[in-house]
Ligand binder design. Structure first.
Ligand SMILES: [Zn+2]
Length: 263
């Protein structure tokens, strides 16, 4: 898709081992927004590089690798709105938001989706006009986040909510976990050709030191076992792992998540 001056420009800022802090710019604006700045320095570097300053911070959930740069950014740049889940245990949020609320980012509206499971406060930011979704640690390329605070049923429901968005939606997860996820996905569903092709492509991209994200929901529907809990091949593998008959998509999800945790 061609980027026009009307569109948001999204850049990954690598942080720590495998995090991405997504930077959102728009051509005619001299500010930018960042999603989940766990590290302040990479955002300060981006400000120097682009000659722009941050005008908003979007938080998807409270984990430290998503929030620990925020205080230093406020010290450096001054007060700015920090959007995040209204029910978050992280106390640096200035604008708490809940399901259905809208956030203005550089003149574009993002709608809040509550997607608990990885944490209870997890939210996503969705721009339905441009088809963009900042989904934090919930959906990854060919995988999903660990279920730390919610139940597997909650996580499965949250993933289903994401997958109900238009198939061409681009999803921007916050970690480069693609190769490890693809290795697991191939173990679950070895005969899936789309999956094999994606693995080849991502291996090449990582060998070239390229970012494998964003992904599209259409791609996830074809390759991601955690959102393919209705597929016969996925069900059969999950049942073999669990050594029992699994009678619901959420039971299949629960078995897959347990399997991946031990993989
Ligand atoms: Zn997390």
């Amino acid at each position: 898709m061609q980027t026009t001056s009307n569109d948001l420009i999204i850049t990954p800022l690598p942080a720590f081992e495998d995090n991405y802090i997504w930077c959102i710019e728009r051509e005619q604006y001299d500010t930018f927004a960042v999603v989940d700045p766990g590290d302040a320095q990479v955002v300060i570097d981006q400000a120097l590089k682009t000659q722009k300053t941050p005008s908003a911070i979007l938080v998807t959930h409270h984990h430290a690798d998503h929030t620990s740069g925020i205080a230093a950014l406020v010290d450096h740049f001054g007060e700015l709105p920090i959007y995040g889940p209204a029910n978050s245990p992280y106390n640096g949020i200035t604008h708490g938001v809940s399901e259905g609320a809208s956030v203005d980012v550089l003149g574009r509206l993002f709608t809040i989706m509550e997607i608990p499971g990885h944490t209870l406060d997890h939210i996503a930011y969705h721009d339905d006009q441009q088809g963009l979704l900042f989904c934090g640690d919930t959906l990854f390329l060919a995988g999903c986040g660990r279920v730390f605070e919610g139940t597997p049923e909650q996580m499965h429901h949250s993933l289903s909510k994401i997958m109900a968005l238009p198939a061409m939606t681009k999803a921007y997860p916050t970690h480069e976990y693609s190769l490890a996820n693809l290795k697991f996905a191939i173990t679950v569903e070895g005969d899936n050709e789309a999956l094999q092709l994606t693995q080849e492509m991502c291996m090449q991209m990582r060998a070239d030191n390229e970012v494998t994200l964003p992904t599209r929901l259409a791609q996830e529907a074809a390759i991601n076992p955690f959102v393919r809990t209705h597929a016969k091949t996925v069900i059969a593998s999950a049942e073999a792992y669990q050594n029992e008959t699994l009678t619901s998509p959420s039971a299949v999800f629960t078995a897959l998540r347990l399997w991946k945790n031990n993989f």
